[in-house]
Design a binder for this molecule. Structure first.
Ligand SMILES: NC(=O)c1ccc[n+]([C@@H]2O[C@H](COP(=O)([O-])OP(=O)(O)OC[C@H]3O[C@@H](n4cnc5c(N)ncnc54)[C@H](O)[C@@H]3O)[C@@H](O)[C@H]2O)c1
Ligand SMILES: O=c1ccn([C@@H]2O[C@H](COP(=O)(O)OP(=O)(O)O[C@H]3OC[C@@H](O)[C@H](O)[C@H]3O)[C@@H](O)[C@H]2O)c(=O)[nH]1
Length: 389
């Protein structure tokens, strides 16, 4: 429940604010809207082209927070009405982006436009109107680790100095231009530099967030159910789809890449701290991830298979995974980040935030949600007779 006695990390009362949230209808936006409505007195001007994932927060009118959230169906690419919303707000949060790897090498122009060009007016309007901005970047701006360039048997590969990713020290290492996978990371890096420069030269109050694989309910879509049958979402949804359909999980290039996964609900706590502690968050770039939840993609597949069997009551497949090449799975121009462990010093020091949820626990709650939400629809889709055209 919203309460007027809420205080920030320095003990000062938190004043209710109006937040313009662009990309509010997506995975992260939906969780942030829920949190802001259920636990704070803030108002949200929610901007997106879709609202399916936040319908339950917008309706019915009897919701306890009705009147504190408004949905504006605006495509920021070609509709400048959002400038008015930024002017009405105290803070703008920009989440809008194309952010699925299957798009980076196959739709590089859309990817670059979405992550750089379309974000430009948001930064400009915030700067010109002296409005605070929280901009969502990505851990992909780090690209590959320095350690990945060392010989395979080099003992230095075990040295954290060669793989831990630090906001203020690590370089951004991308592949060649033909590896169009990096179109996204490069566009995100340039918009980060622009936001930073607006802060340095024009006094823009900004915070940049670098999410490290946030996962949980409502992430992306299940192909053929609530998204295109040929679509390729991020790994959580790809593997969920395989499990729901009783198919082996596809391991790209052997599933050797490593990731750290953080539960969306933990990560949202970090974002709320940024929102409500501007003095501690402004001018900073924050890694937001869980360094304790590191696995290879192969280990993730094995764990998801075990957890899904537990929550669905269905036996695991005898052959739970198959290998596919990245060219076959993603097409020409794909490349990968080898390893992503966030350094947590800055977010610990500034905001005292630490993630709480283990990978097993977050998969258990997420796959319970996936099973409850999609199992029936998948059963129906599979049992439909194939019609010849
Ligand atoms: N989920 C993660 O782990 C993760 C990791 C790194 C970075 N990020 C970043 O966080 C942000 C949000 O990610 P997400 O996982 O919620 O993705 P998402 O795709 O679920 O959400 C993005 C939302 O932005 C909206 N959008 C895109 N273009 C728009 C436009 N032109 N006008 C209006 N709305 C538009 C989409 O409709 C979508 O609802 C992105 O900037 C992404 O790059 C996310
Ligand atoms: O079915 C699949 C899907 C994916 N994968 C692999 O799983 C790993 C993770 O893939 P994801 O689709 O979750 O995406 P990545 O972690 O590579 O990038 C993500 O990172 C941070 C954000 O900016 C973006 O949301 C996205 O770019 C990759 O190595 C990918 O090749 C599989 O092995 N099988």
């Amino acid at each position: 429940m919203a309460s007027s006695a809420r205080v920030d990390l320095d003990g000062n009362p938190i004043k209710a604010m109006t937040i313009c949230m662009i990309g509010a209808g997506g995975f992260i936006g939906s969780h942030l809207c829920e949190k802001l409505m259920a636990e704070t007195p803030h108002k949200v001007l929610a901007v997106d082209v879709y609202n399916d994932k936040i319908k339950h927060v917008l309706e019915p009118a009897s919701l306890p927070w009705a009147g504190r959230i408004q949905f504006h169906r605006i495509n920021i690419k070609n509709d400048s009405r959002f400038e008015g919303l930024i002017k009405m707000a105290d803070l703008t949060i920009n989440l809008a982006a194309i952010c699925t790897p299957a798009d980076y090498n196959t739709r590089p122009l859309d990817t670059i436009y979405s992550n750089f060009i379309d974000a430009l007016p948001v930064v400009k309007y915030c700067s010109e109107n002296n409005k605070r901005l929280i901009h969502f970047s990505t851990c992909e701006v780090y690209g590959k680790t320095i350690g990945s360039f060392l010989p395979k048997d080099s003992p230095l590969r075990q040295d954290p100095a060669y793989f831990i990713l630090k906001e203020d020290a690590s370089p951004c290492i991308f592949g060649s231009i033909e590896k169009q996978r990096w179109s996204y990371a490069c566009a995100k890096q340039l918009i980060e530099r622009l936001v930073y420069a607006e802060g340095a030269e024009n006094g823009l109050e900004f915070t940049i967030v670098r999410p490290f694989n946030w996962i949980g309910p409502r992430m992306d879509f299940i192909p053929g159910i609530d998204g295109p049958s040929e679509g390729v979402p991020r790994v959580l949804a790809c593997f969920s789809n395989n499990l729901l359909r009783g198919e082996p999980l596809k391991l790209v290039d052997g599933g050797q890449s490593q990731r750290t996964f953080v539960y969306i609900k933990d990560a949202i706590e970090a974002v709320l701290l940024m929102i409500e502690n501007p003095a501690r968050a402004n001018g900073h770039i924050f890694n937001v991830g869980n360094p304790n939840n590191e696995v290879t993609v192969r280990q993730l597949a094995e764990m998801m298979t075990e957890v899904y069997s537990k929550v669905s009551g269905e036996p695991a497949l005898e052959v739970p995974t198959i290998d596919v090449s990245s060219k076959e799975f993603y097409g020409e121009g794909y490349d990968d980040s080898d390893k992503r462990i966030p350094d947590m010093t800055i977010i610990n020091t500034q905001l005292g935030w630490n993630p709480m949820t283990s990978l097993w626990d977050l998969l258990e709650s997420t796959l319970t949600y996936q099973h409850r939400t999609y199992a029936e629809a998948i059963k129906k889709a599979i049992s439909k007779p194939v019609t010849s055209s």
